[in-house]
Design a protein around this ligand. Structure first.
Ligand code: GRF
Length: 219
């Protein structure tokens, strides 16, 4: 199977990036990381990418006055690397229309809450303060809103009585590292069918052997 070329955008520590790098290396993900782009020169994600020998690029958003100019620069780098799917992995910038038009329904994000509950920032603390018994994470396609795009996969974790935001974030991250590579693999296999805002997951089609001694034709 041809490997899907991923462009990963990250701002922080890069544990989700790492789960994708590991999935590619293990062969559970039919993908390759074509480029890792960070907007923050101090991002741990950059170090992880360099350690894995990946192509990296740092585009500091502070060097741009207009969001669309920053996004155009990022899009140019993604296109130069022949990226097929843009993966936001802790990328703390809002995506502008320039970006959405360049990669329609080809930008995916992970959010550390069960959308549509708790979009935006500091969502683990929001879930605790609200008194939610469960939270989790959501992989979704990116649209023009903030954390509003069609949902691909979700995973649930309990919120425990004495949880700090850090405790809950750590429990959620364990699930993020499972469902993000799974969702990307579904995309790579062409199994995500978007119907309005619902994403239908198509069944896996069996791989035909490339050569076979079996006679061809119907029984
Ligand atoms: C994750 O919790 C992700 O859901 C959110 O940002 C965090 C990034 O963590 N969008 P990491 O940089 O992948 O470790």
């Amino acid at each position: 199977m041809k490997k899907l070329r991923l462009g990963i955008l990250a701002s922080g520590g890069g544990t989700n990036l790492q789960s994708i790098i590991d999935g590619c290396a293990a062969g559970t993900l039919s993908a390759e990381v074509a480029i890792v782009i960070c907007n923050n020169p101090g991002a741990g994600a950059l170090t992880r990418a360099e350690t894995a020998g990946l192509k990296t690029c740092c585009i500091n958003h502070r060097d741009f006055t207009r969001r669309s100019d920053f996004d155009s620069k990022v899009v140019k780098q993604l296109q130069a690397a022949n990226v097929e799917l843009v993966v936001l992995a802790g990328f703390m910038r809002i995506i502008s229309p320039v970006f959405l038009e360049a990669y329609p329904q080809r930008i995916i994000n992970i959010h550390p809450a069960l959308l549509p509950a708790f979009p935006g920032l500091h969502v683990q603390q929001q879930a605790i303060d609200y008194g939610a018994r469960f939270s989790g994470c959501t992989v979704h396609l990116v649209d023009a809103g903030v954390d509003t795009g069609p949902i691909v996969l979700q995973a649930v974790v309990p919120v425990l009585e004495d949880d700090s935001a850090e405790d809950l974030a750590a429990r959620i991250l364990i699930e993020e590292h499972k469902i993000y590579p799974q969702a990307i693999q579904l995309f790579a296999e062409g199994r995500l069918l978007i119907e309005n805002r619902r994403v239908r997951i198509l069944p896996k089609t069996p791989n035909r052997p490339e050569s076979s001694d079996e006679p061809e034709g119907n029984d």
